[in-house]
Design a protein around this ligand. Structure first.
Ligand SMILES: *[C@@H]1O[C@H](CO)[C@@H](O)[C@H](O)[C@H]1NC(C)=O
Ligand SMILES: *[C@@H]1O[C@H](CO)[C@@H](O)[C@H](O)[C@H]1NC(C)=O
Ligand SMILES: *[C@@H]1O[C@H](CO)[C@@H](O)[C@H](O)[C@H]1NC(C)=O
Length: 313
């Protein structure tokens, strides 16, 4: 009995929660010590699609280091203004800059530095994305860090949840693997309750490539993957098998999925970010068609997701 108690203890309560909304002095010091010729920059903005990545050249990195030095001085003299807070959870989160995938430096909550990073990506980004990011520069989304101990091997994918309605608990949902492998699973993986570690895309498993992002094109791809279209009227309760998910579109940019949990509220995982059951205003999601999930503004409809009948990659 005691043994079981210990196991449960280590499994469910060895967790910590922390939140911060501005890159630390340590992050900036690491940025100064980046020593490759052409670092890569990632813009964290999408929910389903892979985020845009581009390389910067020597001149650009020198410039960025200069701005970084200035911010570090402000840190030292306690003159740095705090990040402008927001409850927003969708869309722009910040940038990572790195010389190798093992060491990525996350930059957020620092308007001047973010602005320089965005400028280096101007030719790589669509006007829609540029407009959205410019609007939110420096308005940092607080980073939620869940720590989870899991006995499940999160590499043995796909890890499918059961066909029962999922219970909302980011730490234990699907063995805790959406937390342990947070950056490798997006809203489509979380929505369908299948851990793939591949940042799965609608239609990729079933061989249907999305040429455009419309409700119709994503619907075609999702149905091929095994989701069942339900309609646009909000369902009552839960389906007999599986659970309900809803699809939303950011026109010409990206798509997003949210799922209804056993408690009746909807939860989601914005891209590589943390699982949440809130919308941009900090409210619980009771109706995805009416919640603020901007810039994913177009509501497309509801689907039934039964993990045993779905294949995604
Ligand atoms: C680096 O890229 C910028 C912007 O594209 C360009 O103006 C500059 O000439 C480049 N510098 C080098 C050293 O390639
Ligand atoms: C960066 O700072 C150094 C020293 O302050 C200066 O010589 C150089 O011109 C600056 N470079 C850029 C690209 O701003
Ligand atoms: C917060 O916003 C103000 C006004 O837009 C700006 O001057 C300030 O630099 C921002 N704070 C940070 C840390 O970027």
């Amino acid at each position: 009995m005691k043994f079981i108690h210990c196991l449960l203890f280590s499994l469910f309560t060895s967790l910590s929660w922390a939140s911060d909304d501005q890159s630390s002095k340590e992050d900036l010091t690491e940025l100064l010590s980046l020593n490759c010729q052409t670092p890569s920059v990632t813009l964290h903005v999408f929910s389903t699609k892979l985020n845009p990545v581009w390389m910067i050249n020597t001149t650009q990195i020198v410039n960025i280091k200069n701005v970084t030095k200035k911010i570090l001085k402000e840190y030292d003299h306690r003159q740095l203004s705090p990040a402008n807070s927001t409850t927003r959870i969708m869309g722009y989160h910040g940038f990572t800059i790195s010389c190798s995938p093992e060491k990525e430096i996350f930059i957020h909550g620092l308007t001047s530095l973010e602005n320089h990073l965005l400028e280096t990506g101007r030719s790589h980004l669509s006007p829609t994305i540029l407009r959205h990011v410019r609007e939110h520069l420096g308005r940092s989304i607080a980073v939620t860090k869940y720590a989870v101990l899991t006995r499940i091997n999160c590499d043995r994918v796909p890890i499918k949840g059961s066909d029962k309605v999922p219970v909302y608990n980011p730490l234990t949902g699907n063995g805790g693997c959406f937390v342990k492998k947070q950056s490798k699973n997006n809203c489509y993986a979380y929505g369908t309750n299948i851990v793939t570690n591949t940042f799965p895309q609608p239609g990729r498993y079933s061989g249907s490539r999305l040429s455009s992002i419309t409700c119709e094109s994503v619907r075609r791809a999702a149905v091929l993957d095994g989701l069942v279209y339900y309609g646009t009227l909000i369902p009552k309760g839960h389906p007999k098998a599986g659970h309900f998910v809803a699809l939303l579109i950011w026109p010409n940019a990206d798509y997003h999925w949210v799922r209804r949990d056993a408690n009746g509220y909807w939860s989601h995982k914005p891209g590589a970010g943390a699982i949440t059951n809130k919308d941009n205003t900090g409210s619980l999601i009771t109706n995805p068609a009416l919640s603020n999930l901007a810039p994913w503004r177009i509501f497309c409809g509801y689907y039934i997701a039964q993990p045993s009948k779905i294949n995604i990659r």
